[in-house]
Design a protein around this ligand. Structure first.
Ligand code: TXA
Ligand code: MG
Length: 345
């Protein structure tokens, strides 16, 4: 059994933070909240510690980790050069839900970057995360604290479900604010490329950065031949155990289609979960409203996936959203989690 320590997210208890930092310094694993999702942290500069992250998650070793920092000096130690665009993004969005990919310095071990010559860097805004990084005195490598392929954890309980006994300490700071992982932008290519949409939206980036591209895999399934720039892209992600289908289109049409699918799956005797983004009621025992605003939908999406799994649902039908603002990140997760089972009506 892993110890779970409750910590006030606004005023983190120094004693617990110190205890967690001792674990990090000794090469152990600590799960902690960030403003996006919970992370599974280890000393980013300690090869052995980083290897333990991969083992605990069951993560493929060719999928690099994000290195979390608490101040700008740490960025300069990790990255070889910081282009002007990076400076601009750091000034505007750090700390916050965005990760920048830069050329790496030698101090960063190959284990952390999966052998790449680049390193992904993020400064979380969550007080517990910042306090832990500072107290540890080292940058912290942290993927989302779920078993590989599962929905990212937005509550400490989700971490317990996936990693109990495999991590040395779990810091429970309550539910995370954003609910989806950070935006990942690669600044080692020209123009910069968005590898994963997240809390900082394309619209927000446009105001700061000049030109950039969005990796095609953000919205579309990659063909076998396409080589992913972000190695993580080739794996199925965020997925509930149940088979998920996403339905997008005009509200009435979406509701008609879902009602039809419910009848179809009912006739096969399957348990059906429906995740709505409207207040529409459907004929099923497993109905979850994700919320009305995109912020609410982002915050509750992974929790709802896990609720359906715990209820033993066989199929999930989810109402989609448009891809403006945070909608791009929501639809990206829904597409990947469903294995691109999208019905457009
Ligand atoms: O919000 C977040 O980013 C959370 C919290 C814990 O900070 N972390 C997170 O980590 O989502 P993870 O490991 O689940 O996702 C990291 C993503 C992966 O898609 C990985 O392939 C990509 O970032 N990545 C990491 N290093 C990279 C690099 N050097 N070049 C390109 N992509 C990289
Ligand atoms: Mg992840």
């Amino acid at each position: 059994m892993t110890e779970v320590c409750k910590v006030d997210p606004l005023e983190p208890d120094r004693i617990i933070i110190r205890k967690a930092a001792e674990i990090i310094k000794k090469g152990g694993l600590v799960a902690f909240p960030t403003e996006t999702v919970y992370g599974l942290g280890a000393d980013a500069l300690n090869r052995g510690a980083v290897r333990r992250i991969y083992a605990a998650k069951g993560r493929p070793v060719d999928n690099p980790l994000i290195v979390h920092v608490a101040d700008k000096d740490q960025i300069y130690r990790l990255a070889k050069k910081i282009p002007k665009q990076a400076e601009d993004l750091i000034r505007k969005f750090f700390p916050g839900p965005i990760t920048i990919v830069l050329e790496k310095n030698e101090v960063v071990p190959d284990e952390t970057t999966a052998g790449l010559h680049t390193v992904a860097i993020r400064m979380p805004s969550h007080r517990i995360a910042l306090a832990l990084i500072k107290e540890s005195g080292t940058p912290i490598a942290a993927p989302s604290a779920n078993k590989a392929g599962r929905p990212s954890p937005t509550k400490a309980q989700h971490v317990v479900e996936d990693l109990n006994g495999e991590v040395d300490l779990i810091i429970d700071g309550g539910a995370t604010e954003v609910g989806l992982e950070s935006t990942v932008i690669d600044l080692t290519v020209k123009p910069p490329q968005i590898l994963r949409p997240g809390g900082i939206t394309i619209e927000m980036l446009r105001e700061v950065c000049g030109r950039f591209r969005i990796h095609p895999a953000v919205s579309h399934q990659m063909s076998e031949k396409e080589v992913a720039k972000s190695p993580g892209m080739k794996y199925r992600h965020y997925a509930p155990k149940a088979s998920l289908t996403v339905i997008v289109g005009k509200e009435d049409d979406v509701q008609g289609k879902i009602a039809e699918l419910i009848r179809h799956f009912n006739s096969k005797g399957l348990k059906i979960g429906v995740a709505t983004t409207t207040d529409k009621k459907y004929r099923t025992d497993y109905l979850e409203n994700l919320g009305e605003s995109k912020e609410e939908i982002a915050r509750s999406l992974f929790d709802v996936f896990r609720k359906f799994d715990n209820a033993g649902v066989d199929v999930i039908l989810a109402e989609g959203v448009d891809e403006e603002g945070l909608g791009l990140a929501i639809m990206n997760r829904l597409k990947k989690a469903s294995g691109y089972k999208i019905i457009e009506v």
